[in-house]
Design a protein around this ligand. Structure first.
Ligand code: HEM
Length: 190
């Protein structure tokens, strides 16, 4: 434990590098996704860029988990008693599971979507799922970052869990509204 305390600053620096690569990669790929869609299609090259960026997100997350575990070992009992730490771990689990879902389910189906078809697209369900999953990702990354920066939270784990669930439901609802307005806009201009 002394070893982990001694090198805690180094592990925190590694943690922040992981944060920059992971969250940075997630934000840039969300931004590019919408930019690439301006011409209402995703070319092979654009899909390759998204694929390349997703590697940064996985590397960042991997670095965060390894460095986070090393920081954790400097005071395991203290962290296990912290509701802030526990809810952050739950959110990291959600980021990881949602990341697998985006990678293995959403990504291979993106090419099926006819972005020019608007509300009438026969693969609109996949488009809705892509928007929902993207919103879960970016919201969870932002919340994990905010929680990591706070010293503590005045809530027990269950309360913070309910708040997280409510924020996620709100984020998914907003993403579905955005998807609807986006599709309607396409119908209006085509
Ligand atoms: C999406 C993943 C994660 C994000 C965005 C994130 C973010 C952060 C941030 C911004 C900090 C503050 C660093 C500082 O002191 O300046 C932090 C601290 C910390 N993180 Fe993470 N982290 C993530 C994953 C993890 C994981 C997986 C673990 C454990 C296995 C972990 C354990 C810790 C610990 C123990 C601290 C120190 C908190 C303290 O002493 O108050 N983190 N994290």
């Amino acid at each position: 434990m002394e070893f982990f305390s001694e090198f805690k600053t180094l592990f925190i620096i590694l943690h922040l590098v992981g944060l920059a690569i992971g969250f940075g990669g997630a934000l840039v790929s969300d931004y590019l996704f919408f930019r690439f869609l301006k011409d209402l299609k995703l070319s092979k090259k654009e899909l390759e860029v998204m694929d390349y960026l997703s590697k940064f997100v996985w590397i960042g997350l991997f670095l965060l988990i390894i460095s986070g575990a090393l920081i954790f070992l400097s005071n395991p009992t203290g962290y296990m008693e912290s509701s802030k730490f526990l809810i952050k771990m739950f959110i990291v689990l959600m980021i990881t599971l949602n990341g697998f879902f985006l990678h293995f389910y959403v990504k291979p189906r993106l090419k099926l979507i006819d972005w020019k078809a608007g509300l009438k697209d026969s693969h609109r369900g996949i488009r809705k799922i892509a928007f929902a999953s993207g919103s879960v990702s970016v919201t969870s990354w932002a919340l994990a970052t905010v929680l990591g920066s706070l010293s503590s939270i005045p809530l027990i784990f269950l309360q913070s869990f309910v708040i997280y669930a409510m924020i996620i439901l709100l984020a998914i609802s907003v993403s579905q509204l955005m998807e609807y307005l986006f599709s309607k806009h396409i119908d209006a201009i085509t």
